[in-house]
Design a protein around this ligand. Structure first.
Ligand SMILES: [Zn+2]
Length: 407
């Protein structure tokens, strides 16, 4: 069969006779169709398959085996009798994105090797807009920035991209970044100023069956989004190419602009502004905790009177507005020698704190209360806490705690 995608990555419509068909997984409404020629790219080499239509019917998957390229279509096998001419149409935007991703990957992989020969590409994924290359070695921030710059310089140089087929016996003439996985006829993809005259002169030269742009500028810009250490000592570089890099820029620019506007500042000042706000928020949290502590002290004094009875027992449900006082008030009461069981409903959950400054082990009281809240909790003899979803059990929980503490 003829692989039209290998001859011209921009040829998207074609006609070819049906050579073979088979049913998909015993489903009579779906068929695999093989043609004498196809422009559809089958999943291989880290590049996902094309989508499109065959005689107007959607092609949902494309695979390759020894026989050739198979198109999965949502129609009965009988729609395509062997020998009938079928018209294929590859989805253009998806192919365009795959061309940009794959060519950008070649440029970036080459740029990494030129930054440090140790940074060889071991695996590639072009399955989504956020593409990845897994590199040997451990490039630092500076090395990644250098490789990213180099890849973009190569892209914006606007070099031609040429695919040629050679015999494996000629391979010695070609300095390949990536050796072939196939034997016999080998397809090479060359990128460089003079690759039309001499593919061996390429800046980037690899054995590859993918679909590529015809000029490196079409894959620009190439943006590295992040790097992370992965399995087997490899470093995963996530990047975007061309149209999808611009989409990422547009999205992030909108987020940054909206955020800056809402903070009455400009995008360049955003980092300092957010840091200042975070510091201010931390200060406010500290001040608020201090104020709540003071308030809890006053409330504890009010509850116990000027002359607290040693071992006084207080059991109470706090109102929702006092929810933040739950823990500080229990602690303030315990600090005054009392024993307290306090509960509150907050965010649809019942919370309970039991504390004692009178040497009472409060854990049995918590254990008696929690079943009424369908709750869980724990703590030390002098202080324990828990929470549960059964908010309507709060009165019964406090009563059970009271009985346990009074008994
Ligand atoms: Zn490739």
């Amino acid at each position: 069969m003829t692989r039209l995608d290998q001859l011209d990555a921009y040829a998207l419509t074609f006609g070819a006779p049906v050579v073979a068909t088979r049913v998909v997984d015993d489903d009579p409404h779906q068929a695999w169709v093989r043609l004498a020629a196809s422009a559809f790219y089958p999943t291989s080499g880290g590049q996902p398959h094309d989508l499109g239509r065959l005689d107007g019917v959607e092609v949902v998957d494309v695979v390759i085996d020894e026989a050739g390229v198979w198109h999965r279509v949502a129609a009965p096998v009988g729609t395509w009798p062997v020998g009938q001419l079928a018209r294929g149409e590859v989805d253009a935007p998806r192919r365009a994105r795959h061309r940009q991703r794959h060519s950008a990957q070649h440029l970036l992989s080459q740029a990494f090797v030129r930054t440090d020969p140790a940074f060889t590409t071991r695996a590639v994924s072009l399955a989504s807009a956020d593409c990845t290359v897994d590199l040997a070695g451990d490039p630092d921030e500076a090395a990644i920035a250098a490789a990213e710059l180099l890849a973009n310089e190569a892209a914006y140089a606007g070099w031609p991209v040429v695919a040629t087929e050679i015999d494996e016996t000629e391979l010695g003439r070609y300095p390949l970044r990536r050796p072939p996985k196939v034997s016999g006829r080998v397809r090479l993809v060359a990128m460089g100023p003079d690759v039309h005259d001499d593919p061996a002169s390429a800046w980037e030269l690899s054995a590859c069956g993918g679909t590529h742009v015809r000029n490196t500028a079409e894959a620009a810009p190439i943006t590295v989004l992040r790097s992370e250490r992965g399995r087997g000592g490899l470093t995963r570089i996530t990047f975007r190419a061309g149209w999808e890099a611009w989409e990422d820029h547009r999205f992030k620019h909108a987020v940054a602009s909206r955020t800056a506007t809402s903070l009455s500042t400009g995008v360049p000042e955003l980092g300092a502004k957010v840091a200042a706000l975070a510091e201010e928020a931390a200060g406010l949290r500290r001040a608020l905790a201090e104020a709540r502590g003071l308030l809890a002290e006053h409330v504890a004094d009010d509850l116990l009177g000027d002359d607290p009875t040693p071992g006084a027992l207080l059991v109470a449900e706090l109102g929702e507005r006092e929810a933040e006082l739950l823990a500080p008030l229990a602690d303030a009461l315990a600090a005054r020698g009392a024993t307290a069981a306090l509960a509150v409903v907050r965010d649809g959950k019942a919370e309970i704190v039991v504390a004692s400054g009178a040497g009472v082990d409060v854990r049995p009281a918590l254990a008696a209360a929690l079943p009424h809240l369908s709750g869980r909790g724990g703590g030390r003899p002098e202080r324990a806490q828990g929470a549960g979803p059964a908010t309507d059990g709060i009165a019964a929980a406090l009563a059970a705690a009271h009985d346990a503490l009074a008994g």
